[in-house]
Design a protein around this ligand. Structure first.
Ligand code: BGC
Length: 724
């Protein structure tokens, strides 16, 4: 390969904008492909147009190297599933894997080889708009969802012909942006980085994610795109990951804005040194890498390594053998939006719904109702059901809330009105909505954020409902009639007033194309809700960040205001809805806690079992949660850490026995010497229904101090379920 051809492999160009795919693929672009100066395109799609482009690469360029086609296929390609935060609320990695598999089936039939997903950034500040794209605040839950998505996209634990290559992004602490302002500096301790932010990435690397993306932001002054220690050191050398590392959009050029280099040549070298293989649209490698290397030939070796890594994934995907294997037009027509895919979207949407509050109003019994008022602009807003990142999703594919309810109860009189729109402060429509609410037996009121209020560059300073939405809710609730609140949102919200006034609240996020059907299934009791919050809901915006898994302090928070403890004086010490919270249409009882041993040594396991009984009259899922604490260690440890969970379906009156099996390595922490250390001593554990609803407690000993090998939260707890 000539130097130009090598550099060409590192260049990723945009085939369009995210909303106008393929629009830039003109003659000049084809000329670049012929010249071998492009390695990959993003924002492209379609079996047929991409076959044409690929043919130019393999038939008309000197070396015939195939192109890689990429897109942000985040929660579906054409069949759009719930936003990732909502799918994390399923606490069912198998559901998340299934959604990713379907997204991959559709995307790979449409010419795509590579998705920029999953986003596995831990997000502990809900003001950050991109919390919607991830699995929330917890590294253990985050790691499970990361692995599920990598497996789903790639179709197994390694890249193979036909895989949709997954991208673990945005490595390593993008979610820690100070103040939740997108792109902002992260400034965190090495321990927090290792224990909280990196575990999902470690898990994704072990699951065989073909690609990683470096984050835009800096960690304590080191921009990630130039972070040699993190990228080359931790990811490649210590974790042994050898995949394709791509920059974020234009991020190599942004090293100039960070102020760590004077010119683009310097930026190119910093990124190459850090082992960033591909330059996403920045053109810095394309324009400046060759000259930079000419001045410093020792760098040629680094370039060769980057080229090899890119060629290797092309080979693993089978593109050298069958460059057009992803371009089957008939398969594309069959796959997109197939009835099975829609059915799965509905099932997963139902699983994502969280019942936050219920005074008994839900489920609604249609046989006892004559009329329902469906209120809220979001009940007819298909775009907002799709949420952030829609790939090829279309608003017209969506079963909106109004449509779903109307179809579910065809005999009832349904009236509807927008009331107020979250996009503006206009409240003149509220009066008409209130009138409908007064006249109906029950009102279903959807309030919240529209799709454009969360996502990239959509951080908000407040977590309250948009003003027009809050006003609408106030006035409808003031009628005193039965009102079910449906929340639409891509982040935790501060809902204190609503939670006091509303009889029932369902967290329905942005649930994708089957939103309305899924919501109707839950409203009318066809399905008992069992989603659980993947991030706490605070009482006010000012109470964030708040995290259940905080370190033990010298003065633990105490409700008693006469004591001086870690808390705000003007707020209760708990969040409004804690991590792991979610109610059900039935009631579960926990009993018969047992453990296999009192003491575990290295290479041994402890099994912890509990019986869960559905004591109500409807079948439902329960999410059984295992939390742990290391009460005495050489450094202060979190007061609680999630270390296991299982969503399990239990019929009315039935019991199931759930067993968690753990190793001492899962209790390792990042020691003062920068190693994973398992310390001998007692471990306390609790099994419960949320981080604040712990039902059974036990403890055991770790018998011997020894070194761990991996981030503890990345390691999976084995869970088995048996009939009892
Ligand atoms: C985002 C990435 C995304 C890329 C390509 C960037 O702005 O940060 O998450 O993959 O654009 O669309």
């Amino acid at each position: 390969m000539t130097l130009d051809e090598k550099v060409g492999q590192l260049v990723q160009r945009a085939g369009g904008r995210s909303k106008s795919l393929n629009s830039r693929l003109d003659d000049a672009e084809l000329e670049r492909v012929r010249a071998g100066t492009v390695g990959s395109y993003l924002h492209v799609a379609g079996a047929e147009p991409l076959a044409r482009l690929q043919k130019v690469a393999v038939e008309e360029s000197r070396l015939g190297i195939p192109l890689l086609f990429a897109m942000d296929v985040v929660h579906g390609y054409r069949t759009i599933f719930p936003v990732p935060l909502a799918m994390a609320a399923t606490w069912a990695p198998e559901a998340e894997e299934h959604a990713a598999r379907i997204a991959a089936e559709e995307a790979t039939s449409a010419g795509l080889h590579w998705t920029f997903a999953p986003m596995i950034d831990i997000a502990r500040d809900p003001r950050w708009g991109r919390i919607v794209e991830g699995a929330g605040e917890d590294p253990y839950l985050g790691a499970r969802m990361a692995v599920a998505q990598v497996n789903g996209f790639q179709g197994g634990n390694s890249l193979r012909p036909g895989s949709l290559m997954a991208t673990a992004k945005h490595f390593g602490a993008y979610g820690a942006a100070i103040g939740g302002r997108d792109y902002n500096t992260a400034d965190l301790s090495e321990r927090t980085l290792q224990e909280v932010y990196l575990p999902p990435f470690y898990a994704a690397s072990r699951a065989g994610a073909g690609s990683f993306m470096a984050a835009f932001n800096d960690i304590a002054g080191v921009p990630t795109t130039a972070n040699r220690e993190l990228l080359r050191g931790t990811l490649r050398e210590r974790w042994g990951w050898q995949g394709l590392l791509v920059s974020d959009w234009g991020a190599i050029g942004e090293l100039l804005n960070h102020g760590v280099t004077e010119d683009r040549k310097g930026a190119a070298l910093l990124a190459l040194d850090a082992s960033v293989d591909m330059d996403m649209i920045g053109g810095v490698y394309a324009d400046d890498l060759k000259d930079a290397i000419a001045k410093d030939p020792a760098r040629l070796k680094l370039l060769d390594e980057a080229v090899l890594r890119i060629l290797r994934v092309k080979e693993q995907l089978g593109l050298f053998d069958k460059p057009l294997a992803y371009n089957d037009v008939e398969r594309e027509a069959r796959e997109l939006l197939s009835p099975e895919h829609r059915e799965a979207a509905r099932a997963i949407a139902r699983q994502s719904i969280v019942l936050l509050k219920n005074n008994g109003l839900l489920p609604l019994d249609p046989t006892k109702l004559k009329s329902i008022a469906v209120i809220g602009a979001l009940t007819t807003d298909g775009m907002s059901s799709l949420g952030s990142w829609r790939a090829q999703g279309k608003a017209e594919d969506v079963v909106t809330v109004l449509k779903g309810i109307t179809a579910a109860v065809p005999k009832l009189k349904i009236t509807s009105a927008p009331g107020a729109d979250p996009r503006n402060t206009e409240t003149s429509g509220i009066a008409a909505a209130v009138k409908l609410a007064r006249a109906a037996d029950v009102t279903i009121l959807m309030v919240g954020e529209d799709y454009d209020l969360s996502g990239e560059a959509r951080s908000r300073s407040t977590l309250e409902l948009p003003p027009s939405q809050l006003e609408l809710a106030r006035q409808v609730l003031a009628t005193g009639k039965p009102v079910v609140i449906l929340l639409a949102n891509g982040r935790p919200l501060a809902l204190t007033e609503l939670s006091e006034k509303a009889p029932a609240i369902l967290e329905t996020w942005m649930l994708g194309i089957e939103s309305g059907d899924a919501i109707a299934d839950v409203l009318f009791g066809k399905y008992s809700p069992a989603g659980r919050l993947p991030a706490a809901f605070p009482r006010t915006s000012a109470a964030v960040p708040f995290n259940y898994s905080a370190n033990a302090t010298g003065r633990p928070a105490d409700p008693d205001l006469s004591k001086d403890t870690v808390r705000y004086h003007d707020l209760p010490i708990t969040p409004l809805y804690p991590f792991g919270h979610g109610l059900s249409y039935t009631e579960f009882r926990y009993s018969e806690l047992a453990q296999s041993t009192q003491s575990v040594g290295p290479d041994e396991r402890i099994d912890i079992s509990i019986t869960v009984e559905n004591a109500g009259s409807v079948s439902s899922d329960e999410v059984v949660q295992l939390y742990v604490r290391d009460p005495v260690a050489s450094i202060a440890r979190p007061v609680l850490e999630l270390r296991g969970f299982k969503r399990v379906e239990i019929g009315a009156g039935q019991k199931k026995r759930v067993t968690f099996s753990l190793t001492p390595e899962q209790f390792a922490f990042w020691s003062a010497r920068g190693q994973w250390l398992v310390e001998a001593g007692r471990i306390d554990f609790w099994i419960g229904a949320s981080s604040a609803d712990l039902r059974a407690k036990g403890s055991f000993e770790i018998s011997k101090t020894h070194l761990g090998t991996a981030p503890a939260a990345a390691l999976p707890t084995r869970v088995t379920v048996s009939n009892n």
